[in-house]
Design a protein around this ligand. Structure first.
Ligand code: ADP
Length: 363
């Protein structure tokens, strides 16, 4: 049965899919009106912007590859392309193309049919995103549980052990022993507190629930408070913390975030320092920022780990010089917080010869 040309034309014009032809040099030589409907734009608007300019950048290489392969005689599979319409809307088309031949049998271009699959793609992308979110949440939960199971147990064992000792021997304990036990309890409860804080901060920041609230802070005072809370941990190793900063330096920052950063960096300096050593803490005022330096003369960091220790993928945590265990979360949280306030964190270190952690707070 022969179908009249005007019926063909009618079918092409009424089709809801885009029907188009492309020349050998990649120019669109024909298309029906469906393109106007799908792109919600007139042909003039579409043509002045050109199709290849409307295609989203990540799909351009695929389009080029398919066109080249087709010219070599291969029938390409059905493929998907994304376009940004002249009105700025993202549209996805599912395309199938076949080569067009001239009378002598040589390829002269291609004929394509493109179907609007935007709704399907958006639904797929949303599904992918929520699957990823779900996997991230499961990962957070697993890490949370493993830290609680392993690392929070240690400080509590010490707390329970030493408080039991005090209760059992209360009558016979001399002052020296009592001080020793209470110091162990103090250090352990500070460790547990820091661990718990890191755990909560980290899970909140993973769930994107941390917001930055800047206010005027006396950073010298904040530093003094953090140093006092870590005093016993330092004195247990006979480490002296030198405060190389003036008394009343005010800055703009989020105090809770700043405390978390300082607690982690100074805590680490104590954890990784040898007995009878010094830690120096400086605040340097520059034109556009304050830089806080925390210097220790402890175990140092291997060169290959210097940048890795801040990255979420680095999952190695070393024990401290007093066998203190960690979670490997501290520096990641520091980096995340410091980045939030527009600052930077960096480290200089020589393995076996101490480390200098620095971070900046813009003025
Ligand atoms: P944690 O201390 O709980 O392991 P952090 O994220 O705070 O986690 O630190 C990650 C790692 O970076 C540590 O395990 C340690 O190997 C290294 N590190 C951090 N601070 C220091 C420091 N002051 N000296 C030497 N190594 C450090």
């Amino acid at each position: 049965m022969k179908i009249a040309d005007d019926i063909y034309q009618y079918i092409i014009e009424k089709a809801t899919d885009v029907i188009y032809t492309i020349s050998l040099d990649s120019k669109i030589t024909f298309h029906n009106k469906a393109i106007e409907k799908i792109f919600e734009s007139s042909i003039e608007e579409i043509e002045t912007k050109r199709y290849d300019h409307l295609m989203i950048p990540q799909d351009k290489d695929l389009a080029k590859k398919i066109h080249t392969e087709m010219l070599q005689g291969k029938t390409p599979p059905i493929f998907e392309h994304g376009f940004k319409t002249p009105k700025g809307k993202l549209v996805y088309l599912e395309c199938s193309v076949t080569p067009l031949f001239d009378e002598s049998g040589k390829i002269k271009g291609s004929l394509g049919i493109a179907r609007d699959i935007t709704d399907k793609r958006i639904a797929q992308d949303e599904l992918k995103e929520s699957k990823q979110e779900l996997e991230d949440q499961v990962h957070i939960k697993d890490k949370f549980l493993s830290i609680i199971a392993h690392d929070l147990r240690d400080p509590f064992n010490i707390l329970i052990g030493y408080s039991d000792l005090i209760l059992d021997q209360l009558e016979d304990l001399n002052r020296e022993k009592l001080i020793q036990y209470v110091q162990a309890i103090n250090i352990s409860s500070n460790n547990a507190y820091n661990l718990l804080n890191n755990l909560l901060d980290w899970s909140k920041s993973e769930a994107k629930k941390i917001t930055y609230h800047p206010e005027e802070i006396n950073i010298s005072k904040t530093l003094n408070n953090i140093i006092s809370s870590l005093n016993y941990a330092a004195s247990a190793k006979n480490i002296s913390i030198r405060k190389e900063y003036e008394a009343n330096i005010t800055i703009m920052s989020d105090e809770n975030m700043l405390k978390t950063v300082l607690r982690n960096l100074i805590g680490n300096a104590i954890k990784f320092s040898y007995k009878n050593s010094d830690i120096n803490i400086e605040i340097v005022e520059e034109k556009l920022q304050f830089v806080i330096n925390i210097n220790d003369t402890g175990i140092g960091i291997k060169k290959e780990n210097l940048t890795k220790i801040f990255s979420p993928e680095f999952d190695v945590s070393r024990t401290g010089t007093g066998n203190e265990r960690g979670t490997g979360l501290g520096l990641k949280i520091c980096k995340e917080f410091i980045t939030k306030w527009g600052g930077r964190i960096w480290v200089e270190s020589e393995y076996g010869n101490g480390s200098k952690f620095s971070f900046s707070i813009p003025k």
